[in-house]
Design a protein around this ligand. Structure first.
Ligand SMILES: *Cc1c(COP(=O)(O)O)cnc(C)c1O
Length: 336
């Protein structure tokens, strides 16, 4: 039986293809000079294009349904993968979906506003409310929720990125899934690398890793916040997660690296481009410009600097997002 049964959260609504595949990347490993690189394919969770938010939404949607919700409201950037997966989950479960979206990334072309996740949100039937950069999205969500309640609807608010204790439970469970796959292969990873943004993914992982007794350091490559701010965010979400798991104790070490953010959230970097195009050309593996491209740039740098050694086995936890590529056509086309 799972060690992750929570007494507080009403189970989960099945939405994802689980377990996600665990695959070796031999051509990328050879290219980078030895470390044995594997990828955990959470880009293949299935629902509406897939990605890491689908795991979280299994728990969040179960909670919304148990609360009697008829509408879910969430928020993010225009190219939010979380918003897109929430829209798909709401469609599948017959709930109304309202997305509170901000044009948070300066200097992008027209396709950023209309293609990629934006196109898919519309296709899934979500209602989009658009705001300028700098908008307090939490306040806008709260206002939208209050207006809906006043008109007799039953809204459920899902935080940005699905990152609260309930959403993070999914990644505590995902570590248990990884632990089972490692046992099947009779091996362990020396390092795990993943993108970290709103924090629920890494927070769940560090709770789950501690619970499963997995020793590999989990390196969160920040895509927006400073290491110090991200560290505080992860501690807060891990704390909420632990409150839902009375038998769990503490987390594995919190490691965050903000060296790969570049000019800011959603702003391309040369290192991201090198990582993204190398994975495409050597492995047929799609990354995204906002999250996994920057996280993979971190993995490349760790191998080149020797922080991850040539004899070591490293897991890149792919969190999805390739749908966002179509919002970056202007950036990608001249260099392809
Ligand atoms: C949201 C997202 C992340 C970051 O996950 P958080 O739980 O928000 O830290 C990473 N990769 C992709 C593709 C995402 O959409």
């Amino acid at each position: 039986m799972s060690r992750l049964a929570s007494t507080v959260v009403p189970g989960k609504t099945p939405l994802a293809f689980l377990p996600t595949p665990l695959e070796p990347l031999p051509r990328l490993s050879a290219h980078l000079g030895g470390a044995e690189i594997w990828v955990k394919r959470d880009d293949c969770t299935g629902l509406g294009g897939g990605g890491n938010k689908t795991r979280k939404l299994e728990y969040l949607m179960a909670t919304a349904i148990a609360a009697g919700a008829d509408t879910v409201i969430t928020a993010g950037a225009l190219q939010s993968n979380h918003a897109r997966q929430t829209a798909a989950a709401a469609a599948r479960l017959g709930l109304r979906c309202i997305l509170v979206l901000a044009a948070a990334v300066p200097g992008r072309g027209d396709c950023y506003d209309t293609n990629g996740n934006m196109l898919l949100d519309r296709l899934f039937g979500a209602e989009m409310r658009l705001f300028p950069a700098g908008t307090d999205l939490d306040a806008e969500m709260a206002k939208t929720g209050a207006d809906l309640s006043a008109s007799g609807a039953r809204p459920y608010l899902i935080p940005i990125g699905g990152s609260n204790g309930i959403g993070a439970l999914a990644y505590a469970a995902a570590m248990e899934e990884l632990d089972r796959q490692c046992r099947e292969h009779a091996f362990a990873f020396d390092h795990i690398v993943t993108a970290t943004g709103s924090g629920g993914t890494q927070a769940g992982m560090i709770v789950g890793a501690k619970l499963a007794g997995m020793a590999a350091p989990i390196h969160g490559i920040s895509v927006s916040a400073s290491s110090a701010d991200m560290q505080a965010k992860l501690e807060a979400i891990a704390e909420q997660t632990l409150e839902l798991l009375p038998h769990a104790r503490g987390t594995s070490p919190i490691l965050v690296d903000d060296a790969f953010v570049g000019a800011g959230y959603g702003q391309p970097t040369d290192a991201m481009w090198e990582a993204l195009s190398t994975c495409a050309r050597l492995e047929g593996l799609l990354l995204d410009p906002v999250y996994t491209g920057k996280a993979m740039a971190g993995l490349f740098a760790y191998i080149r600097s020797g922080r991850i050694g040539p004899q070591q086995r490293v897991l890149f936890w792919h969190t999805g997002g390739a749908q966002g590529l179509f919002g970056y056509e202007d950036y990608l086309t001249p260099k392809a």
